[in-house]
Ligand binder design. Structure first.
Ligand code: NAD
Length: 266
């Protein structure tokens, strides 16, 4: 159901790889709520071609950008403003990748070139995006930037490897840049810390299926789906949450506040 929460707003949505992607659901919801936006992903991800279906469905243009490349991000912001006919109101950072996790290298034996790549792709890319946006003054007053995080930023989840450090850095950048962008243009910057979700990135983690079931049982509301994450994200892009910034917001059915429950004790 649409409430026109994003009517007249222009956005940039990164990270939609296929219909399971959290970004894919967010794009569909943003479209339903009246937004216009561009879609972006790494040039290599474009080869799968799935994103074309989403672009067609949401009347969006695709602008490829490797999120680690400042030049690509400059092109993304300037082309988005040109295509959409004005400055941007919301940005979704839905990007994560760890070569160490992908290659199932044990955390204690991490390859450090890969480690740096994990941090660059999954966290520093948010800094680069915000820095480019600020340099171009590309985001309207009271605009909203949301990145997706995971609770391994705060607590130990051994299977999550160096992505734990990447998410901790992502959340720290959110606070630090949130301060500067708030002062500069009242732009807010937040992360949503999402439940385990069955996507390409999620399922690439060893033991994901088992952990998904554990989190489902542990959370009083069960795991939050990608669709419900999309709803939450729309609220953060909307004008209803203007005073929320520099936060890491748990969207996890209550998981983050649990110690243990009766079901697990049995
Ligand atoms: N799936 C989960 O369980 C879960 C839980 C919490 C948070 N998250 C986070 O949600 C975000 C989206 O992941 P998802 O689960 O929808 O999986 P996904 O695999 O659908 O999305 C990850 C995206 O990152 C993109 N990407 C990778 N390297 C890139 C680069 N260099 N430049 C630009 N884009 C690049 C991929 O192409 C892909 O579209 C990630 O930040 C992920 O860590 C996922």
């Amino acid at each position: 159901m649409s409430h026109n929460l994003l009517k007249g707003k222009r956005g940039i949505i990164t990270g939609a790889l296929d219909h399971n992607s959290i970004a894919w659901k967010i794009a569909e919801r943003a479209f339903d709520e009246g937004a216009t936006f561009t879609l972006s992903n790494a040039p290599v991800a474009m080869r799968m071609g799935e994103i074309n279906k989403l672009a067609e469905k949401t009347n969006s243009q695709i602008i490829p950008a490797d999120a680690t490349s400042v030049a690509d991000l400059e092109n993304l912001f300037s082309k988005s403003i040109e295509t959409l006919g004005g400055k941007i109101d919301f940005v979704l950072h839905s990007i994560g990748m760890s070569p160490n996790v992908r290659k199932q290298i044990p955390y204690t034996q991490s390859n450090y070139d890969f480690f740096q790549k994990s941090l660059d792709v999954s966290a520093i890319s948010l800094h680069k995006m915000l820095s480019v946006a600020m340099k171009f003054d590309a985001i309207n007053e009271w605009g909203s930037v949301v990145a997706l995080s995971y609770i391994a930023a705060q607590r130990t989840f051994p299977f999550y490897g160096d992505m734990a450090e990447a998410k901790a850095l992502l959340e720290s950048i959110t606070r630090s840049f949130g301060y500067h962008y708030g002062k500069f243009k009242n732009v807010r910057v937040n992360t949503i810390s999402q439940s385990p979700t069955k996507t390409t990135a999620g399922s690439g983690i060893k033991g994901f299926e088992e952990f998904f079931g554990f989190a489902e049982k542990m959370s009083p509301l069960g795991n939050a789906s990608a669709d419900s994450c999309a709803n939450y994200c729309i609220s953060l892009f909307s004008d209803l949450t203007r005073m929320v910034t520099m936060q890491n917001l748990f969207h996890d059915g209550g998981y983050s506040m649990m110690g243990v429950n009766e079901e697990m004790m049995k």
